[in-house]
Design a protein around this ligand. Structure first.
Ligand SMILES: NC(=O)c1ccc[n+]([C@@H]2O[C@H](COP(=O)([O-])OP(=O)(O)OC[C@H]3O[C@@H](n4cnc5c(N)ncnc54)[C@H](O)[C@@H]3O)[C@@H](O)[C@H]2O)c1
Length: 443
């Protein structure tokens, strides 16, 4: 099939590449000229394990093309995937300006039956808005061309995106058109070979499914974080409580790891958007509001522990940070806990020495140049470099290279043997024996 994917970020690039891998002819469109130029040279805008070699090979073999011109791509295409960003607006609702501008551009250039697929995470009712935007443009051109809008939310996880797309748990297809459903089923059949993973539903059901899934996962995290905070007060170890409840199959072990808050481009924005959707419709989403508030507080928990240990004046303290991305396996720092922590520590006078296996280039985009120029943030070339003469080490992202550090070496190189473990990676008893001041979450 001839497919156009509009928006070449985490979702669009993975979607386009995986469809191309199945033998489809895919054009990935982005408005960012530099992104497109770089992709043609084999330079990817994102870090995603396994993706770069696929992109390079599929581009070389002609299955994958990159362009900034949607009208050019439309000459040959019959399916359009909209995979542009839907960031939170000022009131928390999803900002649909990018989605709708793509819909208008499609309507301006549509010349045959096509399927327009919303891959972006969009509020309930967006498919109707997309339909209307396309229809209005067609009417302006005095054309009566048949088209269908489908909601096909994406569930990939950054860091495991290729595998998730290739072997999805489920493929949600929301549509009111039998014709579109048949084409979508055919397109997705290579990803659904071992068992039928396609779940067909209405457009609104599909749109809400995505928000519900992310909000449920965020709820699990905020729940265990709340229990972790209680554990600290009650003298219990949340890691034991976690294992104790996770072994109950009705609860399960996934997404009940306590920590310093969830981040990324999806959970925070999707919980906010669902809250907004409920409020617009006259419902107060009590649970979701609590999930969001717990997470906002949780992002400050490491700073709070640091202040308790060192006081609120951190002048002349060197704090080492391990991990900047919002989770391991990605360079994405959107809404990352590290950003909240680093800004808070700097505001109290600390000097930050940070290391992340892949997100350090992204850190230069996130923090102001002034902070680097003034030496308030120094990015290290090795994880142990941040520990040299450090007053404390803070583990923020549980990347694999941080999982079994040489604590003897760490103790020798640090000024003070103090570790704040934002992901409960380390054994408190082992560190106590080594005479570290160890502070985890909820233990
Ligand atoms: N990142 C994830 O893990 C993930 C997972 C599932 C769903 N989603 C959803 O998918 C959507 C995209 O997320 P993302 O993380 O890939 O975003 P992203 O910011 O990485 O990529 C979006 C891309 O769209 C491009 N763009 C914007 N307007 C455009 C236009 N008019 N024409 C062409 N390109 C345009 C931008 O330049 C950017 O490259 C969001 O709605 C998000 O919520 C994201």
């Amino acid at each position: 099939m001839n497919i156009t994917v509009i928006g070449t970020g985490y979702v669009g690039l993975v979607t386009g590449t995986c469809f191309a891998q199945m033998g489809n002819s895919v054009t990935c469109i982005d408005i960012n000229q530099k992104k497109i130029d770089n992709l043609k040279k084999g330079i990817l805008p994102i870090y995603e394990p396994g993706l770069d070699s696929m992109v390079v090979n599929l581009f070389k073999d002609g299955f994958l093309k990159f362009s900034t011109s949607l009208p050019d791509a439309m000459k040959k295409s019959e399916i359009y995937f909209i995979a542009v960003g839907t960031p939170p607006g000022e009131d928390g609702s999803a900002d649909l300006q990018y989605v709708l501008s793509v819909a208008e551009e499609i309507g301006t250039n549509l010349d045959k039956y096509s399927i327009i697929v919303n891959k972006s995470t969009v509020p309930v009712g967006t498919a109707d808005k997309v339909k209307k935007a396309v229809q209005e443009k067609l009417e302006k051109r005095n054309l009566d061309i048949d088209f269908d809008v489908v909601s096909n939310p994406e569930f990939l996880k950054e860091g495991e995106a290729v595998n998730d797309f290739m072997k999805p748990d489920r493929i949600i297809i929301g549509t009111d058109s039998k014709k579109a459903l048949k084409i979508m089923e055919k397109l997705y059949s290579p990803f659904s070979r071992s068992k039928d993973k396609i779940i067909e539903m209405g457009l609104r059901d599909a749109e809400l499914t995505k928000y519900t899934a992310n909000s449920m996962l965020a709820t699990k995290i905020s729940f265990i974080n709340e229990i972790a905070n209680l554990c600290e007060i009650l003298g219990a170890d949340v890691e034991n409580v976690r294992k104790g409840i996770g072994s109950d199959q009705r609860i399960g072990n996934h997404f009940i790891y306590p920590g310093c808050g969830y981040g990324g481009s999806c959970f925070p924005k999707d919980v906010k958007a669902l809250i907004k959707m409920a409020k617009i419709n006259g419902v107060r989403p009590l649970l979701l509001e609590a999930v969001e508030e717990r997470n906002s507080i949780q992002k400050h928990i490491l700073a709070k522990k640091i202040f308790k240990t060192f006081g609120e004046n951190l002048n002349d303290l060197k704090i080492g940070i391990w991990g900047l991305s919002f989770k391991p396996g990605t360079d994405d720092m959107r809404e990352a806990s590290s950003v909240v922590l680093i800004n808070e520590l700097i505001s109290k006078g600390a000097k930050i020495h940070a290391y992340d296996p892949v997100a350090m280039d992204e850190a230069k985009n996130i923090f102001s140049k002034k902070l680097f120029d003034e030496g308030k943030i120094i990015l290290a070339s090795h994880q142990y470099e941040v520990c040299e003469q450090a007053d404390a080490l803070v583990l923020v992202t549980e990347w694999k290279p941080f999982r079994q550090p040489d604590f003897h070496a760490l103790k020798k190189m640090m000024k003070k043997p103090v570790i704040f473990d934002g992901r409960n990676l380390y054994d408190p008893y082992e560190l106590k024996e080594l005479e570290f001041d160890y502070q985890g979450i909820g233990r």
